[in-house]
Ligand binder design. Structure first.
Ligand SMILES: Nc1nc2c(ncn2[C@@H]2O[C@H](COP(=O)(O)OP(=O)(O)O)[C@@H](O)[C@H]2O)c(=O)[nH]1
Ligand SMILES: [Mg+2]
Ligand SMILES: [Zn+2]
Length: 314
Protein backbone atom coordinates (compact mmCIF):
# COMPACT_ATOMS: atom_id res chain seq x y z
CA UNK A 1 0.00 0.00 0.00
CA UNK A 2 1.26 3.44 -0.87
CA UNK A 3 1.94 5.77 2.05
CA UNK A 4 2.54 9.51 2.06
CA UNK A 5 5.59 10.58 3.99
CA UNK A 6 8.05 13.35 4.59
CA UNK A 7 11.80 13.02 4.17
CA UNK A 8 13.54 13.65 7.49
CA UNK A 9 17.13 12.82 6.57
CA UNK A 10 19.19 11.57 3.65
CA UNK A 11 22.33 9.57 4.38
CA UNK A 12 24.05 8.37 1.23
CA UNK A 13 21.68 6.00 -0.54
CA UNK A 14 19.28 5.82 2.41
CA UNK A 15 16.32 8.21 2.59
CA UNK A 16 14.65 8.31 6.01
CA UNK A 17 10.94 8.93 5.78
CA UNK A 18 8.25 9.50 8.42
CA UNK A 19 4.63 8.74 7.61
CA UNK A 20 2.27 11.67 7.31
CA UNK A 21 -1.16 11.38 8.82
CA UNK A 22 -2.80 14.30 7.05
CA UNK A 23 -0.47 17.16 7.99
CA UNK A 24 0.79 15.43 11.13
CA UNK A 25 4.13 13.71 11.17
CA UNK A 26 3.62 10.29 12.76
CA UNK A 27 5.68 9.96 15.92
CA UNK A 28 7.56 6.77 15.17
CA UNK A 29 10.92 5.63 13.97
CA UNK A 30 11.51 6.79 10.39
CA UNK A 31 11.53 4.19 7.64
CA UNK A 32 14.89 3.67 5.95
CA UNK A 33 13.87 3.80 2.29
CA UNK A 34 15.68 3.09 -0.91
CA UNK A 35 15.21 4.94 -4.16
CA UNK A 36 13.82 2.92 -7.00
CA UNK A 37 17.02 3.40 -8.92
CA UNK A 38 15.29 5.57 -11.46
CA UNK A 39 15.89 9.28 -11.78
CA UNK A 40 13.33 11.49 -10.11
CA UNK A 41 12.32 14.55 -12.06
CA UNK A 42 13.27 16.82 -9.16
CA UNK A 43 16.57 15.06 -8.57
CA UNK A 44 17.25 13.30 -5.30
CA UNK A 45 14.86 13.97 -2.44
CA UNK A 46 15.96 16.32 0.34
CA UNK A 47 14.59 16.83 3.86
CA UNK A 48 11.16 18.44 3.73
CA UNK A 49 10.23 16.63 0.51
CA UNK A 50 6.91 14.84 0.42
CA UNK A 51 7.11 11.38 -1.06
CA UNK A 52 4.94 8.41 -1.82
CA UNK A 53 6.52 5.25 -0.55
CA UNK A 54 5.71 1.62 -0.07
CA UNK A 55 6.60 -0.18 3.14
CA UNK A 56 8.61 -3.18 2.02
CA UNK A 57 11.60 -4.90 3.63
CA UNK A 58 14.56 -5.76 1.49
CA UNK A 59 18.33 -5.88 1.63
CA UNK A 60 20.30 -4.12 -1.08
CA UNK A 61 24.09 -4.16 -1.05
CA UNK A 62 24.16 -5.28 2.58
CA UNK A 63 21.80 -2.53 3.70
CA UNK A 64 18.42 -3.22 5.21
CA UNK A 65 15.61 -1.10 3.92
CA UNK A 66 12.04 -0.85 5.20
CA UNK A 67 10.55 0.97 2.25
CA UNK A 68 10.89 2.11 -1.33
CA UNK A 69 10.26 5.65 -2.54
CA UNK A 70 7.90 5.73 -5.51
CA UNK A 71 7.56 9.40 -6.19
CA UNK A 72 8.70 12.83 -4.97
CA UNK A 73 5.81 15.30 -4.89
CA UNK A 74 6.22 18.71 -6.58
CA UNK A 75 7.91 21.24 -4.29
CA UNK A 76 6.53 24.56 -3.12
CA UNK A 77 10.07 25.79 -2.50
CA UNK A 78 13.62 24.57 -2.63
CA UNK A 79 16.56 26.18 -0.90
CA UNK A 80 19.81 25.43 -2.66
CA UNK A 81 23.30 26.75 -2.52
CA UNK A 82 26.29 26.68 -4.77
CA UNK A 83 28.67 23.91 -3.83
CA UNK A 84 31.79 25.44 -2.28
CA UNK A 85 34.13 26.47 -5.06
CA UNK A 86 31.90 24.79 -7.57
CA UNK A 87 29.33 25.78 -10.11
CA UNK A 88 26.76 23.16 -9.27
CA UNK A 89 23.68 23.85 -7.22
CA UNK A 90 23.26 21.68 -4.16
CA UNK A 91 19.65 21.33 -3.01
CA UNK A 92 19.36 21.60 0.76
CA UNK A 93 15.75 21.60 1.96
CA UNK A 94 12.32 21.65 0.36
CA UNK A 95 8.81 22.92 1.08
CA UNK A 96 9.60 25.53 3.73
CA UNK A 97 7.42 28.48 4.63
CA UNK A 98 9.98 30.07 6.97
CA UNK A 99 13.72 30.46 6.64
CA UNK A 100 15.51 31.00 9.93
CA UNK A 101 18.83 32.77 9.50
CA UNK A 102 20.93 31.80 12.49
CA UNK A 103 23.87 34.04 13.32
CA UNK A 104 25.98 34.43 16.43
CA UNK A 105 27.97 37.07 18.22
CA UNK A 106 31.37 36.42 19.75
CA UNK A 107 32.67 33.41 17.84
CA UNK A 108 31.92 33.37 15.02
CA UNK A 109 31.16 37.11 15.05
CA UNK A 110 28.04 38.59 13.49
CA UNK A 111 28.51 38.61 9.70
CA UNK A 112 25.91 40.86 8.08
CA UNK A 113 27.16 39.93 4.61
CA UNK A 114 26.24 36.31 5.26
CA UNK A 115 22.90 37.15 6.85
CA UNK A 116 22.05 39.14 3.72
CA UNK A 117 22.67 36.10 1.52
CA UNK A 118 20.16 34.02 3.42
CA UNK A 119 17.66 36.87 3.40
CA UNK A 120 18.02 37.11 -0.38
CA UNK A 121 17.27 33.43 -0.57
CA UNK A 122 14.19 33.84 1.64
CA UNK A 123 12.84 36.65 -0.55
CA UNK A 124 13.50 34.80 -3.77
CA UNK A 125 11.55 31.77 -2.56
CA UNK A 126 8.92 33.88 -0.82
CA UNK A 127 9.71 32.39 2.57
CA UNK A 128 9.12 34.33 5.77
CA UNK A 129 12.52 35.32 7.10
CA UNK A 130 13.40 35.18 10.78
CA UNK A 131 16.79 36.17 12.17
CA UNK A 132 18.01 34.41 15.31
CA UNK A 133 21.19 35.79 16.85
CA UNK A 134 22.60 33.18 19.21
CA UNK A 135 25.25 33.48 21.97
CA UNK A 136 23.63 36.79 22.87
CA UNK A 137 25.20 36.65 26.34
CA UNK A 138 28.41 37.66 24.50
CA UNK A 139 26.83 40.59 22.64
CA UNK A 140 28.57 43.95 22.34
CA UNK A 141 27.24 47.30 21.28
CA UNK A 142 28.05 46.83 17.61
CA UNK A 143 25.96 43.65 17.56
CA UNK A 144 22.93 45.45 18.92
CA UNK A 145 23.48 48.15 16.32
CA UNK A 146 23.23 45.62 13.48
CA UNK A 147 20.20 43.98 15.03
CA UNK A 148 18.49 47.37 15.20
CA UNK A 149 19.35 47.98 11.54
CA UNK A 150 17.76 44.70 10.48
CA UNK A 151 14.74 45.42 12.63
CA UNK A 152 14.43 48.83 11.00
CA UNK A 153 14.36 47.05 7.64
CA UNK A 154 11.39 45.06 8.90
CA UNK A 155 13.09 41.78 9.80
CA UNK A 156 12.16 40.12 13.05
CA UNK A 157 15.22 39.35 15.17
CA UNK A 158 15.35 37.10 18.23
CA UNK A 159 18.41 37.51 20.41
CA UNK A 160 18.91 34.13 22.04
CA UNK A 161 21.35 31.92 23.86
CA UNK A 162 21.32 28.15 23.76
CA UNK A 163 23.82 28.10 26.59
CA UNK A 164 21.95 30.46 28.91
CA UNK A 165 18.48 29.41 27.83
CA UNK A 166 17.51 32.88 26.61
CA UNK A 167 14.46 33.32 24.32
CA UNK A 168 14.15 29.61 23.55
CA UNK A 169 10.42 29.68 24.26
CA UNK A 170 10.01 32.61 21.89
CA UNK A 171 11.71 30.65 19.13
CA UNK A 172 9.53 27.65 19.83
CA UNK A 173 6.31 29.65 19.87
CA UNK A 174 7.29 31.40 16.66
CA UNK A 175 8.14 28.22 14.79
CA UNK A 176 5.51 25.78 15.97
CA UNK A 177 3.06 24.89 13.18
CA UNK A 178 5.51 26.29 10.64
CA UNK A 179 7.80 24.52 8.19
CA UNK A 180 11.20 26.01 8.78
CA UNK A 181 14.92 25.35 8.56
CA UNK A 182 17.92 26.75 10.41
CA UNK A 183 20.56 28.08 8.04
CA UNK A 184 23.77 29.83 8.95
CA UNK A 185 27.53 29.75 9.29
CA UNK A 186 28.97 26.69 10.99
CA UNK A 187 29.55 27.16 14.69
CA UNK A 188 26.79 29.71 15.32
CA UNK A 189 24.87 27.18 17.42
CA UNK A 190 22.11 25.86 15.15
CA UNK A 191 22.37 22.34 16.52
CA UNK A 192 22.79 23.58 20.10
CA UNK A 193 19.58 25.62 19.84
CA UNK A 194 17.69 22.71 18.33
CA UNK A 195 18.92 20.31 21.02
CA UNK A 196 17.37 22.68 23.56
CA UNK A 197 14.13 23.00 21.58
CA UNK A 198 13.85 19.26 20.89
CA UNK A 199 14.97 17.29 23.93
CA UNK A 200 16.28 13.96 22.75
CA UNK A 201 17.22 15.21 19.29
CA UNK A 202 20.85 14.47 20.03
CA UNK A 203 22.29 16.54 17.22
CA UNK A 204 26.06 16.61 17.31
CA UNK A 205 27.55 19.98 18.20
CA UNK A 206 30.90 21.47 18.92
CA UNK A 207 33.95 23.13 17.57
CA UNK A 208 35.59 21.15 14.87
CA UNK A 209 39.00 21.52 13.34
CA UNK A 210 39.23 22.75 9.79
CA UNK A 211 40.36 19.34 8.62
CA UNK A 212 37.63 17.51 10.45
CA UNK A 213 35.11 20.00 9.17
CA UNK A 214 35.96 19.32 5.57
CA UNK A 215 35.24 15.70 6.16
CA UNK A 216 32.11 16.66 8.02
CA UNK A 217 30.73 18.70 5.15
CA UNK A 218 30.46 15.58 3.08
CA UNK A 219 29.09 13.35 5.80
CA UNK A 220 26.84 15.52 7.90
CA UNK A 221 23.29 15.82 6.70
CA UNK A 222 20.27 18.00 7.26
CA UNK A 223 17.76 16.58 9.70
CA UNK A 224 14.07 17.33 10.17
CA UNK A 225 12.71 17.65 13.72
CA UNK A 226 8.93 17.65 14.22
CA UNK A 227 7.18 19.72 16.91
CA UNK A 228 4.60 17.88 18.98
CA UNK A 229 2.09 20.63 18.23
CA UNK A 230 2.76 20.36 14.48
CA UNK A 231 5.28 21.87 12.11
CA UNK A 232 9.00 21.18 11.96
CA UNK A 233 12.49 22.64 11.90
CA UNK A 234 15.28 21.27 9.73
CA UNK A 235 18.84 21.51 11.04
CA UNK A 236 21.28 22.05 8.20
CA UNK A 237 25.02 21.43 8.32
CA UNK A 238 27.24 24.42 8.84
CA UNK A 239 28.81 26.10 5.87
CA UNK A 240 31.51 28.72 5.64
CA UNK A 241 30.19 30.23 2.45
CA UNK A 242 26.73 30.38 1.05
CA UNK A 243 26.91 30.73 -2.72
CA UNK A 244 23.70 32.07 -4.25
CA UNK A 245 22.33 30.07 -7.13
CA UNK A 246 19.14 30.07 -9.17
CA UNK A 247 18.48 33.82 -8.88
CA UNK A 248 18.84 35.78 -12.14
CA UNK A 249 20.85 39.00 -11.70
CA UNK A 250 17.86 41.17 -12.71
CA UNK A 251 15.84 39.68 -9.86
CA UNK A 252 18.42 40.34 -7.15
CA UNK A 253 17.37 43.95 -6.53
CA UNK A 254 13.86 42.70 -5.69
CA UNK A 255 15.35 40.58 -2.90
CA UNK A 256 16.41 43.77 -1.09
CA UNK A 257 12.97 45.11 -0.15
CA UNK A 258 14.22 48.51 1.04
CA UNK A 259 15.57 49.22 -2.48
CA UNK A 260 12.16 48.96 -4.04
CA UNK A 261 10.78 52.47 -3.63
CA UNK A 262 14.05 53.92 -4.99
CA UNK A 263 14.51 51.40 -7.82
CA UNK A 264 11.28 52.65 -9.38
CA UNK A 265 12.90 56.07 -9.77
CA UNK A 266 16.05 54.92 -11.57
CA UNK A 267 16.36 56.40 -15.07
CA UNK A 268 16.95 53.02 -16.68
CA UNK A 269 14.40 50.27 -16.18
CA UNK A 270 15.51 47.72 -15.29
CA UNK A 271 18.58 49.18 -13.58
CA UNK A 272 21.33 47.05 -12.07
CA UNK A 273 22.23 49.87 -9.65
CA UNK A 274 25.90 49.24 -10.40
CA UNK A 275 26.95 51.81 -13.02
CA UNK A 276 23.89 53.35 -14.70
CA UNK A 277 23.55 57.14 -14.65
CA UNK A 278 20.76 58.61 -12.51
CA UNK A 279 20.44 55.51 -10.37
CA UNK A 280 18.17 56.37 -7.46
CA UNK A 281 19.40 53.43 -5.38
CA UNK A 282 23.01 54.59 -5.54
CA UNK A 283 21.93 58.15 -4.81
CA UNK A 284 20.04 56.93 -1.75
CA UNK A 285 23.12 55.06 -0.51
CA UNK A 286 25.23 58.20 -0.95
CA UNK A 287 22.62 60.23 0.92
CA UNK A 288 22.65 57.64 3.75
CA UNK A 289 19.00 56.85 3.17
CA UNK A 290 19.89 53.22 2.42
CA UNK A 291 22.38 51.28 4.56
CA UNK A 292 25.73 51.10 2.77
CA UNK A 293 26.48 47.62 4.11
CA UNK A 294 23.33 46.28 2.46
CA UNK A 295 24.26 47.90 -0.85
CA UNK A 296 27.76 46.41 -0.59
CA UNK A 297 26.22 42.99 -0.01
CA UNK A 298 24.02 43.54 -3.06
CA UNK A 299 27.04 44.44 -5.23
CA UNK A 300 29.03 41.44 -4.09
CA UNK A 301 26.22 38.97 -4.78
CA UNK A 302 25.40 40.72 -8.06
CA UNK A 303 28.98 40.28 -9.27
CA UNK A 304 28.98 36.62 -8.33
CA UNK A 305 25.73 35.97 -10.18
CA UNK A 306 26.98 37.87 -13.26
CA UNK A 307 30.19 35.82 -13.28
CA UNK A 308 28.17 32.65 -13.49
CA UNK A 309 25.71 34.07 -16.02
CA UNK A 310 28.63 35.06 -18.26
CA UNK A 311 30.00 31.55 -18.36
CA UNK A 312 26.55 30.16 -19.10
CA UNK A 313 25.21 32.63 -21.67
CA UNK A 314 28.17 34.41 -23.26
N1 LIG B 1 28.80 31.04 24.36
C1 LIG B 1 27.89 30.30 23.73
N2 LIG B 1 28.29 29.23 23.00
C2 LIG B 1 27.36 28.51 22.38
C3 LIG B 1 25.99 28.83 22.42
N3 LIG B 1 25.31 27.95 21.67
C4 LIG B 1 26.23 27.11 21.15
N4 LIG B 1 27.47 27.43 21.56
C5 LIG B 1 28.74 26.74 21.22
O1 LIG B 1 29.04 27.00 19.86
C6 LIG B 1 29.69 25.87 19.26
C7 LIG B 1 29.01 25.46 17.96
O2 LIG B 1 27.69 25.03 18.22
P1 LIG B 1 26.88 24.13 17.19
O3 LIG B 1 25.53 23.96 17.77
O4 LIG B 1 27.64 22.91 16.83
O5 LIG B 1 26.82 25.10 15.91
P2 LIG B 1 26.27 24.79 14.42
O6 LIG B 1 27.46 24.47 13.58
O7 LIG B 1 25.62 26.05 13.98
O8 LIG B 1 25.30 23.66 14.53
C8 LIG B 1 29.65 24.78 20.33
O9 LIG B 1 30.91 24.71 20.94
C9 LIG B 1 28.61 25.24 21.31
O10 LIG B 1 28.86 24.78 22.62
C10 LIG B 1 25.58 29.96 23.23
O11 LIG B 1 24.42 30.32 23.35
N5 LIG B 1 26.59 30.66 23.84
MG1 LIG C 1 25.23 21.84 13.49
ZN1 LIG D 1 19.37 51.93 -10.17
Amino acid sequence: MEEIGIVVEVLGPVVFVCRLDGERIAVEKPYACSLLGKKYRQGRPVPGDRVSFVIHSETVQNRDYQGVIQRVEPRTSLVERLEPGGRRAKPLVANLDTLVVVASVGAPPLKPGLIDRYLVCAHHWQLDPLIVVNKWELAEEIDLLYVRLYEALGYRCIMASAREGIELDTIKQTLEMRHSAFLGHSGVGKSSLLNELFPGANLSTGEISLKAERGRHTTSASRLLPFEAGGFVIDTPGVREFGITGIPSQELSGCFPEFESYAKLCRFQPCSHTHEPDCAVRAAVEADELAAFRYQAYLKIYDEIREIEKTVYD
